[in-house]
Design a protein around this ligand. Structure first.
Ligand code: J2J
Length: 544
């Protein structure tokens, strides 16, 4: 495997091609084909702005030509940190047209995460909004640049919106206006190689700093198409993107890509509130959307007010974190839609309940693999398969599951089995039907309503607080988020309060959602027999 060419063993690759999973068509070429096949259909809606397929195709050319004018080309990595605006899609396809590689950042990421993404990917550019959620991303990029110092890979910052007083940034609007010469862009099915790196997704992270997940044109297109088939998407599909576009769930499960590959319409919601979403459902005739569990009670409640016409909405996906059975049961009737549970991961494997599954499976399981060629093993601590019904770690490999993280050789030796299975760190039970129930996790990560918090990354920053000499971040049950984060800290003096620690975490440049929800001072951190911090004991003590 090289950076530019993530590989599966040849026998598997041949099998995936023969099965028709890998179609040998790049994303740049797919949009060109769709631009003809669905020319006059509406592809993307953002507020009052809409693009037909032909317009989106032409716009991708302009963006690509503009980016090329900056010297960005095939194989170059570009960090994309954009909120839910159409520009995310325009930039994404513009990069695909160059054979360049978008790195999906989240809007909430700050100096530390963005700096890490740039360094690890060797990105030549970042694309950011001017401001979003009362935060100035141009200022953030100034800090990132200062921290990275001269001599790094980063050459350009492209700003969507007002470039402000910053002289070393490029305005996106000017760039696309200049991009008038589309000659020589990647539009053929084999430009670049469809087996090449097409994008980098961020992993939830467990050890140290987050890892990057390499996805190819072939595998990621199949990811989207396999999910689109499960959801029976077609040209009448109107998908509402409520969650961040950079999230794998929203973008490709089936999400934006699955919808565009089916000739449907993607409507972009600027925020996930039910009021915003329901207004768009009524106006655009939305048929499908996806949510994380914390949104479910809000959506259910607002729908129950009876003031909305949600008739068009046929399917609501929920995933990213465990959905309670009660919420699963109440959501469908409240919205008048079919609920679909989705248990996915940016690393690959997507499980979904089927639209014709009995209600009981839909309400109590997290679905089964999207592809018949997804291989799933449920194993005990010794790596031996356990019988159906018994909890064990989920291992998986298949036509759209990574075989190695990007530039992470040492980590890859333990994150995968010798025969190529990805160790998910999720504890599941498999039913005879193949449906999986997520029962726990052995990875050191907190899942706060779908937002993943790598414990080690936060602990490292907690230790830089002058009052803290030892720290362990642990997830505990929470009514609203499913799980919230508690920092157990050892302090020789008075422990800092929650707000002070939150401010410290932000000063360290971490995304706000990673700040501990609660601080608990302890005399020492308990250790396991092998000398690791015993987080299970901390969680038990907390529960008492
Ligand atoms: C319990 N835990 C879940 C679920 C994910 C679709 C949906 C989700 C993601 C995602 C995604 C869960 N119940 N229904 O990329 O395409 C936890 C597991 C998993 C981790 C992956 C998609 N759905 N999880 O959440 O890469 O622990 O992807 O391994 O962010 O989220 O996180 P992430």
């Amino acid at each position: 495997m090289t950076d530019a060419q993530p590989t599966w063993p040849e026998a598997e690759s041949a099998r995936y091609r023969a099965a028709g999973h890998w179609q040998g068509i790049t994303f740049g070429a797919r949009l060109r084909q769709a631009g003809t096949a669905h020319a006059e259909r509406v592809a993307v809606v953002d507020g009052d702005r809409r693009w037909t397929y032909a317009e989106l195709d032409a716009e991708a050319d302009r963006v690509a030509a503009g980016l090329r004018g900056l010297g960005i080309g095939r194989g170059d990595r570009v960090v994309v940190q954009l909120p839910n605006r159409a520009e995310f899609v325009l930039v994404w396809f513009g990069l695909q047209r160059l054979g360049a590689v978008p790195v999906h950042a989240m809007p909430g990421h700050r100096r530390r995460e963005i700096g890490h993404l740039v360094r690890l990917s060797g990105a030549v550019a970042c694309v950011v909004p001017d401001r979003h959620a009362r935060f100035d991303h141009r200022e953030l990029m100034r800090e990132v640049r200062a921290e990275l110092g001269p001599g790094g890979s980063l050459r350009h910052v492209v700003v969507v919106g007002d470039p402000g007083p910053y002289e070393d940034v490029v305005a996106f609007d000017a760039l696309r206006a200049n991009g008038t010469d589309p000659a020589g862009l990647d539009t053929g099915p084999g430009d670049p190689d469809p087996g090449a790196l097409a994008l980098l997704l961020l992993s939830g992270g467990t050890t140290g700093l987050p890892k990057l997940i390499p996805r190819t044109h072939d595998d990621y297109a199949y990811n989207a198409r396999a999910c689109a088939d499960v959801c029976a998407l077609d040209t009448r599909t109107v998908y509402l993107a409520v969650l961040p576009l950079g999230f794998n769930f929203t973008f490709a499960c089936p999400g934006v890509l699955g919808t565009l590959m089916a000739g449907g319409t993607v409507v972009i919601a600027p925020d996930p509130s039910p009021q915003t979403a329901f207004t768009l459902v009524e106006r655009e005739g939305v048929t499908l959307t996806s949510l994380t569990p914390p949104l479910v009670p809000h959506w259910t409640e607002e729908a129950a007010s009876g003031s909305w016409d949600l008739d068009s909405l046929a399917v609501v996906q929920v995933g990213g974190a465990r959905l309670t059975e009660d919420h699963a049961r109440s959501l469908g009737p409240a919205l008048g839609a079919r609920v679909q549970q989705v248990f996915g991961m940016a690393e690959g494997l997507i499980n979904l309940t089927r639209l014709d599954d009995p209600d009981d499976l839909v309400h109590t399981t997290q679905g089964r693999p999207a592809s018949p060629d997804d291989e799933v093993l449920v194993v005990d601590a010794g790596g031996r398969p356990v019988p159906d019904g018994t909890p064990g770690e989920l291992l998986t490999r298949g036509p759209y599951t990574l075989r190695g993280y990007y530039r992470a050789e040492a980590h890859n030796r333990t994150a995968f089995t010798p025969d190529g299975y990805y160790r998910s760190g999720d504890v599941v039970r498999r039913l005879p039907s193949g449906h999986l129930v997520v029962v726990g996790r052995i990875k050191d990560q907190i899942n706060r309503g779908g937002e993943k918090i790598p414990a080690a990354e936060v602990e490292e920053q907690l230790l830089t607080h002058p009052a803290i000499t030892a720290a362990a971040l642990v997830g505990v049950p929470d009514e609203r988020w499913g799980e919230r984060s508690v920092a157990f800290v050892v302090c020789p003096g008075v422990a800092p309060g929650t707000r002070e620690v939150a401010a410290h975490v932000r000063t360290c440049g971490l995304a706000g959602h990673k700040a501990p929800d609660e601080i608990v001072q302890v005399p020492v951190l308990p250790l396991t027999a092998v000398g690791k911090v015993d987080k299970a004991a901390l969680a038990r003590a907390y529960a008492r």
